[in-house]
Design a protein around this ligand. Structure first.
Ligand code: KG4
Ligand code: ZN
Length: 349
């Protein structure tokens, strides 16, 4: 009897400042996704000195790094290109010049190796980071809070593949709020890990600083973080001794972000009677957010499962793009390299 060939997917991600490639395949027995390789070449050290990502530099670095990263992923996975089922690639949203580097790499390899393409939306990728080694079953409907440097979005998933946006930020993303506050206080880039470390130094002691929680009680599931950033700026301007109180400012600022994220997520979980709540995106690496959200969801209902991606799949990576592609492949959403274009729309298919 002929055994069915299991899919093997190579994925490429280059939407911001990480050149990444990953190879995944399902486990023949359990069907769970096995990450055979997850290679990331980060440009953080290069962009650090500018206080943020410089698109032109990012694009040039991607051009240099993309093929070596793909090669390393295939070598680590011990996979010959001819055995690949498809090549997945992030088609948007992100920095256009960065995206093009990944897209052109995927297009060239698909042509050279005669493989189909699977186009993946970056946010969709973050969502599926939760589908790699999930600690609890993912029951539907599921609610996903995607919080990264570019996005703060609440999504409802009625089954794998059926995704609807129910709320998003009207201005800055949560990660951007961290990055901009860190820049304001001259703490370095990226701001999230630095502010969260300083906030932890302050610990759970009360703070004398009071920052607003914008749109906390708005009658929708949208977010706004730019007012919080401005409020911080005014507080710093008023306080001549702010440099001596940086951990306290970080603690209050981070708590304001977390309060807003938790409040809106719980409200949506209740309204849509979801069975699973998931976090995704770079900000989901935040320990305080992970702990407080987990406790809040658990307190609300013992029947709701709470999932967070493993740490290595929180910030940009290609394993999450491969995971999303695996489910798209199941639904036969294959494309051709000739059709591949940058596209920021969230395909809800
Ligand atoms: O998902 P990601 O790598 O890229 C985008 O798609 O934007 O997220 C990067 C963002 C940055 O804004 C960074 O400051 C934030 O995630 N971040 C964190 C933490 N680690 C990364 N924010 C808060 N706490 C962290 N531990
Ligand atoms: Zn991302």
């Amino acid at each position: 009897m002929k055994t069915k060939k299991l899919p093997i997917i190579l994925a490429i991600e280059s939407s911001c400042d990480e050149s990444a490639a990953s190879v995944i395949t399902p486990d023949p027995k359990s069907g769970h996704l096995l990450v055979l390789a997850n290679i990331i070449s980060s440009q953080i050290d290069i962009h650090k000195k500018y206080g943020g990502v410089v698109p032109e530099i990012a694009a040039r670095e991607h051009v240099l790094n993309m093929l070596p990263v793909v090669n390393e992923a295939l070598l680590k996975a011990k996979i010959n290109p001819k055995d690949l089922t498809a090549i997945a690639v992030t088609k948007g949203p992100g920095l256009i010049t960065s995206l093009i580097a990944g897209i052109e790499t995927a297009r060239t390899l698909a042509f050279a190796w005669n493989k189909p393409i699977i186009e993946i939306n970056h946010i969709e990728g973050h969502i599926y980071s939760n589908f790699i080694n999930p600690k609890t079953p993912i029951n539907f409907p599921a609610l996903i809070l995607t919080v990264s440097g570019g996005h703060t979005t609440l999504l409802l998933m009625n089954k794998a593949g059926k995704i609807k946006i129910i709320g998003e930020t009207r201005d800055d993303a949560a990660g951007e709020a961290y990055d901009k506050a860190a820049k304001m206080m001259d703490l370095g880039y990226p701001g999230g890990p630095i502010i969260s470390k300083l906030a932890a130094e302050h610990g759970s002691k009360p703070t004398k600083i009071m920052l607003p929680r914008p749109m906390l009680n708005s009658p929708n599931f949208d977010f706004s973080f730019s007012g919080l950033k401005t409020a911080l700026l005014y507080e710093l301007k008023k306080d001549k001794a702010w440099k001596k109180r940086i951990p306290e400012y970080c603690a209050e600022y981070q708590q304001a972000i977390i309060d807003i994220l938790i409040h809106k997520t719980l409200k949506a979980a209740l309204k849509f009677q979801v069975k699973t709540v998931m976090l995704a995106g770079g900000v989901s690496a935040n320990q305080a957010l992970r702990a407080q959200m987990s406790e809040a969801v658990e307190n609300k209902s013992k029947q709701v499962n709470f999932l967070i991606p493993e740490h290595e799949y929180t910030t940009d990576n290609a394993a999450m793009i491969a995971a999303a592609a695996f489910y798209k492949l199941k639904r036969q959403r294959l494309s051709n390299f000739k059709k591949l274009r940058v596209d920021a729309s969230l395909q809800l298919k």
